[in-house]
Design a protein around this ligand. Structure first.
Ligand code: M6R
Length: 613
């Protein structure tokens, strides 16, 4: 999705903006631009280019070619209007004195455009954003200053927006505005920053404030003044961001995705170890009382993409541990259903970025219906974290690759820990079993290291199968949920068509797709269903399909008698096996994409943080 960076200080702005934008490339984009105030003679210097940031950077000699110490930059992910130089941001007002960068969508832009055109304003792009630049200028007709004009503009625009606005008439300040799209303010020494994602400014400062919906801010080199939705001055808390800069760098790896796959054992240690004390689960700042937990009638998990797949595994595990009905719904569907959610429902929201718009909309709908919201989030201070009643952070560190890996494993681990915690309160699981799971939990990072150390074996299988047209993932119970994730990983980065099915469904129709040359990834880690998994493998093989199987070490030899290839993971408590089983699936997708020459960290059409509906 789009990215915003802004800078007001004493240094040359353009190189800082371009560097910041380069840190946001992982979010996905199709064009980029900057606007810098270059003095009274030149006014606003606006440069935009379709394509990768290096195109723009090349045009500007890395920013050295643009004078000025105040500016805004943007990476655009096209929504209104195709990727092109004209549609790139910043969008500029008719006089050329106001430049705007925007994340989100101005929903009533058509009506506003018609109004402005009626006033004789010519439009040069197809974007919704251009109306903001013209509208701010329109509201300055009576000589209003930029902040007042922006305030008037906000009363007219509808939709979601994070805006960075610069005016040649007031060149020592940047205006920032937020509604339903994240925006972060950074405090440096003699300078201030604006960013849609903390990674853009982490090299310059760790002191940041998170803007809330309806707020505006004026950034100058001496500080930042924030305003509430009535444009009354407010004080914002300044937080210290503790993410390591190195964590957002490739550190010698060819791809972020591979680095993040390999970081999983350490991420698990961070997510799990501090939360197991004296043989029980300890959840930091946990505000859900035992009485509340005992009063619950059901649990509803909402999430999108891989986070939804975590919820699918969670449904099996939580229902087993808690004996409460658990429903899992896609964030994009939730608000359009009539979900059975009220004050006796715990809604668990899962999101790596904490900014996914569909998930956020589901959260708000659940709150409106009276539910308590507990979120499992990676990005500290993100919108979903801030709007939840209770947050459990995954502490996975920055995840840059579009394909999520370490966020998936840590989300799942935290969800399991939550289930174990609640099962103690509810008395719904024998204490010995709970302790056994917790004991096993502590061995997981080491076991995961072992799985990852066998990456060459997975690479070999990828080399055998990377050019298949279609890949089917099958499994039962948690293996089915795991298959959904394996399939998504493969299709999103390698562009190989893949589907995941519950194995039992094959005979109800989908087996007609299996033919000579089909690859089926058969997941058989769920040992109580091992025989069923074997039968499905035989069914596939007898129809000419090839089978790559995944099971535990104790059953690998047996599976190898029938499957074409077997990947083995260490044995562990059944509930924890998806935490180990996902790693070979991630590696398989990674190597397949590598062999197919795909852009692994930035797959086509995708964005890391999906902030539009
Ligand atoms: O940040 P979120 O966890 O809310 O993101 C949800 C999905 O967009 C995300 O998991 C997506 O499916 C990933 N690209 C999967 O690798």
């Amino acid at each position: 999705m789009c990215g915003i960076v802004g800078y007001v200080g004493k240094e040359q702005a353009a190189p800082i903006l371009l560097d910041g934008l380069s840190r946001l490339e992982y979010r996905g984009y199709d064009s980029a631009g900057v606007a810098v105030y270059s003095g009274r003679d030149q006014g606003l210097n606006v440069h935009k280019a379709k394509g990768r940031l290096k195109v723009l950077s090349g045009l500007l000699d890395g920013g050295a070619a643009v004078e000025g110490t105040v500016g805004v930059g943007h990476t655009r992910w096209a929504t209104h209007g195709a990727p092109s130089d004209e549609n790139s941001h910043p969008q500029v007002s008719r006089s050329g004195k106001i430049a705007v960068v925007h994340n989100g969508i101005i929903e009533n832009y058509g009506e506003l455009k018609a109004f402005l055109q009626g006033q004789g304003v010519p439009f040069t792009s197809e974007t919704d954003t251009e109306v903001v630049a013209h509208l701010v200028e329109y509201f300055q007709k009576d000589g209003a200053d930029i902040l007042t004009a922006v305030g008037r503009c906000l009363r007219r625009i509808e939709g979601a927006y994070a805006l960075g606005i610069i005016s040649a008439d007031e060149p020592d300040r940047l205006i920032a505005v937020r509604k339903d799209s994240p925006l972060i303010l950074g405090y440096g020494d003699g300078c201030t920053f604006l960013a849609s994602d903390i990674t853009a400014i982490l090299r310059h400062t760790r002191r940041a404030s998170y803007m809330d919906d309806g707020e505006a801010a004026v950034l100058t080199r001496d500080g930042i003044q924030c305003y509430d939705h009535l444009m009354q001055p407010i004080e914002k808390e300044i937080c210290q961001v503790d993410w390591e800069i190195d964590a957002a760098e490739k550190g010698g790896y060819e791809h972020f995705m591979f680095k993040e796959i390999m970081e999983q054992p350490e991420a698990l240690r961070r997510a799990v170890f501090p939360r197991i004390r004296n043989g029980e689960v300890f959840l930091e700042d946990f505000a859900l009382s035992d009485e509340y937990i005992k009063s619950l009638r059901n649990i509803h998990i909402v999430a999108c993409g891989s986070s939804y797949h975590v919820g699918m595994v969670g449904k099996y595990n939580l229902e087993k541990m808690l004996r409460l009905p658990v429903e899992v719904t896609l964030g994009s569907e939730f608000r359009y259903m009539d979900p059975i959610v009220d004050e006796k429902t715990l809604v668990i929201v899962i999101s790596q970025s904490g900014e996914t718009l569909d998930t956020m909309a589901a959260l708000r709908e659940a709150r409106r219906r009276g539910a308590s919201i507990l979120s499992i989030v990676n990005v500290v201070g993100s919108s979903i974290a801030r709007e939840s009643d209770q947050v459990l952070y995954t502490w996975a560190g920055p995840e840059i690759a579009v394909a999520t890996t370490k966020a998936y494993t840590t989300q799942l681990a935290v969800l399991d820990l939550l289930g174990l915690y609640m099962s103690r309160v509810l008395g719904s699981m024998p204490a010995e079993e709970r302790r056994a799971v917790l004991e096993d939990f502590k061995t997981l990072p080491e076991k995961l290291e072992k799985v990852l150390s066998c990456k060459d074996g997975v690479q070999y299988y990828a080399s055998q199968y990377f050019n298949r047209d279609s890949v089917f993932y099958i499994g039962r119970n948690v293996d089915y949920a795991l298959g959904l994730e394996g399939s998504l990983k493969l299709k999103e980065i390698s562009y190989v068509h893949s589907e995941a099915y519950a194995s039992g469904e094959l005979k109800h129709g989908t087996i007609s797709l299996i033919e000579e040359g089909s690859l089926v990834v058969a997941l058989g880690t769920c040992l109580r269903l091992f025989d069923k998994a074997m039968s499905n493998i035989v069914e596939v093989k007898s129809r000419g399909g090839d089978v790559l199987a995944l099971t535990t070490e104790s059953r690998a030899a047996e599976m190898a008698k029938t499957a074409n290839g077997v990947i083995a993971i260490p044995d562990a408590h059944p509930m924890l096996l998806p935490l180990l089983g996902v790693a070979p699936l991630q590696l398989f997708a990674y190597y397949a994409a590598l062999m197919r020459g795909c852009d692994i960290d930035k797959p086509r059409n995708l964005a890391k943080s999906v902030t539009v509906e």
